[in-house]
Design a protein around this ligand. Sequence first.
Ligand code: DON
Length: 591
Amino acid sequence: MKTGFSFIVFSLLTLLLVGSCKNAPRKEPSKDLFTLFVEDPDARPFYSDKQGVFGKNGMVASAHEEASKAGLEILQAGGNAVDAAIATHYALAVVFPFAGNLGGGGFAVIREHSGKYHSIDFREKAPLAAHRDMYLDKDGNVIEGLSLKGHLASGVPGSVDGTVEMHSRLGKIAWEKILGPAIRLAEEGVILTEREARGLNSYKKTFLEVNGPQLTYFIKPDGTEWKKGDLLVQKDLAECLKRIRDKGREGFYSGKTADLLVAEMKKGGGIITHEDLKQYKSAWRKPLVSDYRGHKVVSMAPSSSGGVALIQMLKLVEQYPLQQWGWNSEKTAQVMIEAERRVYADRAKWMGDTDFIDIPLDKLISAAYLKERWKDFNPEVASKSSDIRAGDIPGYESMETTHFSVVDKEGNAVSLTTTINGAYGSKVIVEGGGFLMNNEMDDFSIKAGVPNMFGLIGNKANEIAPGKRMLSCMTPTIIEKNGKLFMVVGTPGGSTIMTSIFQTILNVIDHKMTMQQSVNALKFHHQWLPDRTVFEKGAFSDKTLAELRKKGYVMDPQNGTLGRMDCILVYPDGRLEGASDPRADNTSVGY
Ligand code: DON
C-alpha cells in the first residue's frame, strides 16, 4: 500500500523548510480587497500580508534568498534571463538541497523579448535496465518504498544537460562565469535558515539509513543538531560544480562525477550505468499555447501534464463570470472544483511521455472537447468522481520540487521548475560528489491504478519503459497581455502544482490582485480522486463552506499549506513585481 493522498499534506508540510521580503516597505493589502472577497470583516483570505518586491531592470524570484541573489549577480554582470536562471538553478542545488539539484530534472518555458518562445524538457528518464514491473513482487504487489527511497528510485538526471542546452542556445555570457556564485556558496558555505536546519535534522535518520553510518554529508561535523545560523560547507559538491564549469555536459555525464555516480549506484543496488548517462539528452519541445480572457498563455507540453491541465482548467472556467461571482465564492469555487475534477480524470488516462505514446494534445485543449466535458455538470449538486471518466477521443486507445522565475531588463523571461521529487529525493547522496539523487521513478504509474506519492493514479500511458520519461505535474508558465510579457508563474507541490497556478492566474486576471496578493491568497485543490477538496484554513467563509457541503462537496480543511509560488508580474509602466511565497523561505530580489 502506498501512502497515497495523505502524503500530499505531509510532503507540503515538509516543504515548510518564513521568507522575508527585502527592499520593500511592508503594508497591509488594501481594505477593499478584504471586503470584496469575504463577508466576515475578521476574515483574511491571505496567508500573510507579505509585500511584493519591485524593480525595473530585472527580477529573480526563487525558493532561497541566496539563489535569487546569485541570479541577480549574473543579471548585473550583463547576463540575460537565461544566464541568471542557470546561476539560480546551480545556487539552489547548493543552498536548497531539499529540491535544488544536480541529480534531478525539470522543465523551462522561455520567452525572448521579441516574443519568441522556447521550452525545454530535461525530465529524468527511466534507466535502460528499467522495466514495467520493477517495483512489484512476484505476486504483482507493489513493494512498498522501493520507488521512493534508495538507489533504485532514481531516474537518469537531466538538470545538467538541460541547463547546458539552454545556455548554448540562448545564453549570453560565458558558462564559466555563470557557475561562479554556486561554487562560491558551496566552498564558503551557506548560512542555514531555521527551516533548512529543521529539514536536515528531520531527515538525518533516513540519510544514515540509506547511505550508511559513515555518511558525513548533511550531518553536522560535531554530530549535534543543525541550528539556524550554522554554516553548511559542501566541498565535494563544489568540485562537482567546477567540473561542470570546466567541461559543461561532460563534466557530469562522463569523467569523475559520472564514475562517482555509477559507483554509488552499484554500491546500493541501483541500475543507472555509464551508458544511461551517455545517452541522456534533454528535448526542446513545442510550447503549448492557448489564451484566457485575451491573455496569451504559454506552458509546458508533455512529458509534463502541467500545461495541458492548466490550459484545460482555464478554458473550462472562461465562460463563467468569476470576477462578478467573487473570489472563492460558492459559485466560483464550484466551477473551479468541477473543472479540476474533469481535468485530473483526463490526466490519468491520456498523459505520458510523447516520445513513447501518442497524446491527442490539440484535441484535449480544443473548445469543442472542453464544451463536451461540461455536459454532465449540474450546478445544483456536486458531480461524483466515480461518475466522471476521462473524455473520449475517437481514434485513440485507452490506454520536492522548486520553481523560480526570472525577468531581465530587455524583457526576456524564464519560468523554470525543477525537482528531485520528494524532500531530498531518494535520500541517496553520491559518495565523493555530495549531491542528492532523485526519486522520480515514483512518478511513473508503477502499477496501473496504484497512486503515486501524491495520490495520482495513472495507466498504460505512464507505465515504465527503458529511456522513457515519467509523467510530471510541473507547470512553468508565461502569460502575455497585448503582445507584451505579463506574468511568469510556477510552483512546486506535486499534484497541487496545476491547481495552485490556476488559482494564482485567476487571482490576478479575474480578481485583480497584485502578484504578491495572488501568491499570498489561500488555496484549495481537487484532483478527481480521492473525491474531496482540500483547502488551507480560511480559504472559504463559513457560509460558502456550508453551501458547498449542502450540494454534496466534501470540503476538507488542512493544517498544511498549498503552493510555494515564485512569480513575477509586469506592470504597464514596466515595473516588475517579484512575488515569493510567504509559506517558506522564498525571496524575490530585483533592481
Ligand atoms: O514532477 C512532478 O510532478 C513531481 N515529481 C513534482 C514533485 C513536487 O512538486 C514536490 N513538491 N512538493
